[in-house]
Design a protein around this ligand. Structure first.
Ligand SMILES: Nc1ncnc2c1ncn2[C@@H]1O[C@H](COP(=O)(O)OP(=O)(O)OP(=O)(O)O)[C@@H](O)[C@H]1O
Ligand SMILES: O=P(O)(O)OC[C@H]1O[C@H](OP(=O)(O)OP(=O)(O)O)[C@H](O)[C@@H]1O
Ligand SMILES: [Mg+2]
Length: 290
């Protein structure tokens, strides 16, 4: 077991080594101030200054390592966590790697999920699919494939597939279309072992990641406004705790500072201008701890 110079245990963190989640996972960790590997062949990396050790693993295996307690926490996809059946829990979603999971078949052949009865279904997500069928009392044969599941219908191995759909271009190219409602909405998530005990260093790690998520989704808004309009303005920019309102040298005016969601911030500037705010500034937040 790795320890720091002062003898403290390192927090052991699993990070996707390849695939759709790996670049975004390393990016968020780097933004949170952690060292990340520079060579994609590196299997593990110790960041002793921050008391953590990273293990680069297949995202499909990460829930297993965390569930078994071999590693403390990990980054993987919600769909992979659910598929694994591991006893790990989702701590927070990370805002990347969004995907939808659907059933799909030949264009025009299927309209309803009840039509799955008796069919042969190919998927890389047997756990998710089997649970879905069991919950609805549908009998079907599920075959596990590693990838390229879209081709299995043409090759006569399956009648239906169940897979991740992002843009839909892979399905279209294979002459397939989704049917029924979305089975599962997924994204990159931080997972931990499903026990009460919190590993040392976990709180700091989580706070750092949450700081990055907030810095990504919020911006800082500053503006000046006449005191009689400040209540209306503050309704528009309530901030996270409460906005800072400071007096200006100019009589009857105040300066307001508040964090606002990045999304819709331009429209918010227009609305503030309309009620009399001036000198409206929008700046990036580089890092934060709420
Ligand atoms: N376009 C996409 N294709 C596949 N997975 C995606 C996509 N977008 C997001 N994801 C998510 O990425 C995770 C899949 O990780 P995985 O490493 O298996 O990716 P992959 O791109 O399929 O890699 P590989 O094909 O090398 O196995 C899942 O959580 C999935 O929901
Ligand atoms: O809706 P789209 O944007 O086309 O993306 C979805 C496709 O991408 C993934 O395949 P991947 O490239 O990972 O290949 P694989 O099947 O070998 O895993 C997924 O399994 C779908 O096939
Ligand atoms: Mg894939």
């Amino acid at each position: 077991m790795s320890v720091t110079a002062t003898g403290e245990k390192l927090l052991r963190i699993a990070v996707p080594n390849k695939g759709a989640l790996s670049v975004a996972a390393s990016e968020i960790l780097r933004e949170a101030g952690y060292r990340q590997r520079s060579d994609s062949k590196e299997l593990a990396l110790i960041d002793v200054e921050n008391g953590v050790e990273f293990f680069y693993l297949r995202p499909r295996d990460i829930a297993l390592y965390v569930g078994e307690g071999t590693l403390d926490i990990g980054i993987t996809g919600r769909d992979l966590l659910l598929d694994s059946g591991a006893t790990a829990r989702e701590v927070t979603q990370l805002g990347f790697g969004q995907s939808n999971f659907y059933f799909a078949g030949r264009g025009g052949e299927f309209t309803d999920l009840a039509q799955l009865e008796g069919k042969r279904i190919a998927t890389s997500y047997v756990g998710v699919v089997q649970r879905f069928l069991d919950e609805r009392g549908i009998n079907a044969t599920v075959t596990r494939l590693d990838g390229a599941v879209e081709t299995s219908i043409k090759l006569g191995v399956a009648d239906v597939i169940a897979d991740v759909v992002e843009t839909g271009s892979t399905l279209r190219a294979a002459g397939l279309e989704t049917f029924g409602e979305v089975v599962l909405k997924s994204e990159g998530v931080l997972i931990a072992r499903d026990i009460d005990e919190v590993p040392a260093g976990f709180d700091i790690f989580l706070r750092r990641l949450q700081g990055v998520l907030v810095a990504r989704s919020y911006v800082m808004m500053d503006y000046d406004i006449r005191s009689e309009h400040v209540a209306k303005a503050v309704d528009l920019t309530p901030g996270i705790e409460s906005p800072t309102v400071s007096p200006l040298h100019r009589e009857g005016w105040v300066a307001v500072r508040a964090m606002v969601p990045r999304k819709g911030s331009q429209r918010l500037m227009d609305e503030l201008f309309d009620i009399g705010a001036r000198g409206i500034l929008l700046t990036e937040i580089n890092a934060c701890r709420l």
